[in-house]
Design a protein around this ligand. Sequence first.
Ligand code: BTN
Length: 314
Amino acid sequence: MSIIEILSTEKYISGSEIGRFLGISRDAVHKRINRLRQIGYTIKSSSKGYIIVKKCELFNEYEIEANLKKPLNICKMIKYYKETASTQTAVKKLALKNFGEGVVVIAEKQTKGYGRIKRVWNSNAGGLWFSMLLKPVIRPDGSSILSLLFSIALSRILEKKYGISSEIKWPNDILICGKKVAGIIIEMSAEQDIINWVAAGIGVNINNSLPEDLKNISISIKEVLKREIDRTEFIVAFLTEFESLYFNFQSGGFKQFLEEYNSKVAYKDVLVTVDSACNDAITGKNFGIDESGRLIIETKNKIEKIISGTLRRA
Ligand code: BTN
């Protein structure tokens, strides 16, 4: 049971009882209650104990914990900010302090959210902006594949939970009706043969409004469904889906997901250009990816297999 569930029953419950339920001290209970009040819960206290009389309207770590059906290895600890520069920066700081796998940092708003190739990521309130600290037991060159798993998880949730079909623009932009709804960034620290940590940042346009200049290339789920989406439900579904993908990938490789990924590839069999920071742009027909996550492009003269880059329609 989570603290929210305990405090949401019809009757007052004492600090020591809460402590007993959660296996924490009364002091720790006080701290959690103060934190709940800070983020917007109205909690009455009396000689009989505490009770929630009004829930917080923002989504937050307590609601997420309360809604997870089972404990997840990839989400052992949630840190929530009403506002932070970037959850990615925050999670990387925790990685450097030796935090283990399973930290999830979420923010209602980011003031310096960023995407791949250091692009500004618009992070108004209402979206889902979060970063995960992972320590996958795979070779460092497998990290690009890891990023593909995030897109599979997101696109599965859109389909299963909301009936929305989406496409994946290699490597990991999620598109609805050709417009970007979510993006993923992977940063990591690695040595020759091992990954020390991966910071995976995920941004999903959910209920946030998009600035005018992005409206022709981006879309939010609210815009598609014409209603507000419960972000707690979304992230809980995502984390649960990703947990199984992540462990299946580490034990069985990417081959098991190849067909699914390729069935969702955007601009398949179409002429595309892949821009890259290190090499010349490559233009050719897009055949989707191979088992190692490389994009297969048929140019005039040969088949190219591309490890990284940014794809656009030619
Ligand atoms: C991209 O499409 O270029 C990736 C966008 C990633 C945005 C997310 S939002 C949460 C996390 N914090 C950041 O600053 N960036 C990522």
